[in-house]
Design a protein around this ligand. Structure first.
Ligand code: CP
Length: 315
C-alpha cells in the first residue's frame, strides 16, 4: 500500500480486516513505527478520526504531530499557475514538500464545499497532497469519501455478524445541516466488497451517486427496506442530485424503537457524532442494539492496520 486515499488502495480487504482484528487482540507491531512521524492536518473538526488515528500511530510506536490547518496554518493555494495576490499565502507545492521532510506519513481531513459538485468530485485537496507529497498520504475524510470509517464499518460487521450473509440497510435520517455524502459513499463501497445483502433507503431526491451505488437496491420506502435487517446503518446526507441541499427534514425517517421492531433485532450503527432524537432516538441509542461505541472503538484498529501497511508497503 502506497497511500490510503480510497478503497482502491486496498489490495485485499478481507486480509486487511483480518489484520485489524488481530491488532485488536494483540498489538503485534508495537515497534514498527519507532522513529517515524505521522503528521495530521485537519481543515475541519474531528473527535474520533483525530484521536483514534493518533492512538493507532502511538500503538505502532510512531510520533504524532497534529495541526488544525484551517485556523493555525497559512491559507493554502491548490490551483496550478495561480497568481497568489489574494488571500492564499502558501502553495500546496511547497507545503506538501516541506511536510514530507518532517513526516513519514501525512494524513489530511478536508470536507467538500457542497456548492459545486464537479469541483468537490475533483478531490483537489486530497489529490494535491498525493501529487506533491513524497511520503504516503492518508485520507481522514475528503470531499467524497471517508475510507477509514468505511474500513471500520466493514470490520465491525465482519466481527459482529451472526449469519453468513447478513442483511445490511443503510438508511437516511433527517438532520438540520447539509452534510457530505462521504460516509455513506464509503460505507456502500466497502459493503459491496463484503458478502452482505445491502439495501439503501432514502427519500426521493436523496439517491447517492449512481457510479457508487451501482446495482445496490435503493428503496424509497424506509419501512419495507428495514424488514429483517441484521444491521442498520443510520446516516444523514445532503442531496446529491440537487447538490448539497436539504430537501427534507421529515421526522418520520428518524430511527426509533418502532423502526427497530421491523428488523431482525438489528445492530444499529452510526459513524458519530450523532444528533440524538433527530437522527436516532434515545430509546435506540441507549439500547443493547446500539453498537455505535463498539464501532467507534474499532476506528483505532482500522487506522492501525492502514498505518502498518504504509509503514511496510511490501507487506
Ligand atoms: N466518524 C468520524 O469521522 O468522527 P469525527 O468527525 O469525530 O472524526
Amino acid at each position: 500500500m502506497n497511500n490510503y486515499i480510497d478503497l482502491t488502495d486496498i489490495e485485499d480487504l478481507q486480509e486487511l480486516i483480518k489484520e485489524a482484528l488481530q491488532l485488536k487482540k494483540e498489538n503485534s507491531a508495537a515497534n514498527l513505527g519507532k522513529g517515524k512521524t505521522l503528521g495530521m492536518l485537519f481543515f475541519n473538526p474531528s473527535l474520533r478520526t483525530r484521536l483514534s488515528t493518533e492512538k493507532a500511530a502511538k500503538l505502532l510506536g510512531m510520533d504524532v504531530m497534529v495541526m488544525n490547518a484551517a485556523n493555525d496554518g497559512w491559507a493554502l493555494e491548490f490551483e496550478d499557475g495561480a497568481v497568489m495576490n489574494s488571500d492564499k499565502a502558501e502553495h500546496i507545492k511547497e507545503a506538501a514538500a516541506v511536510l514530507s521532510q518532517y513526516c513519514d506519513i501525512i494524513a489530511v481531513r478536508a470536507f467538500p464545499g457542497l456548492k459545486d459538485r464537479d469541483k468537490d468530485e475533483m478531490e483537489l485537496v486530497m489529490n494535491s497532497f498525493k501529487k506533491y507529497a513524497s511520503v504516503p498520504v492518508i485520507n481522514l475524510e475528503s470531499a467524497t469519501g471517508h475510507p477509514l470509517q468505511g474500513l471500520t464499518d466493514a470490520l465491525t460487521i465482519t466481527e459482529l455478524k451472526s449469519s453468513k450473509k447478513p442483511k445490511v440497510v443503510l438508511t437516511w435520517a433527517p438532520h438540520p445541516k447539509a452534510l457530505p455524502q462521504s460516509v455513506p459513499n464509503s460505507f456502500v463501497e466497502f459493503m459491496q466488497k463484503l458478502d452482505v445483502d445491502l439495501v439503501i433507503t432514502n427519500p426521493e431526491g436523496y439517491d447517492l451517486n449512481q457510479d457508487i451505488t451501482k446495482d445496490t437496491p435503493v428503496i424509497h420506502d424506509q419501512e419495507s427496506a428495514l424488514k429483517n435487517a441484521d444491521f442498520v446503518y443510520v446516516k444523514n446526507w445532503s442531496s446529491y442530485k440537487t447538490y448539497g441541499t436539504i430537501l427534507s427534514t421529515d421526522v418520520s425517517w428518524t430511527f426509533g424503537a418502532k423502526k427497530l421492531e421491523l428488523t431482525r433485532n438489528a445492530k444499529v450503527m452510526h459513524c458519530l457524532p450523532v444528533r440524538r432524537n433527530v437522527v436516532i432516538d434515545d430509546a435506540v441509542l441507549d439500547s443493547e442494539n446500539s453498537i455505535v461505541i463498539h464501532q467507534a472503538n474499532n476506528r483505532t484498529f482500522a487506522a492501525q492496520a492502514v498505518l502498518k501497511r504504509l509503514l511496510s508497503p511490501s507487506a
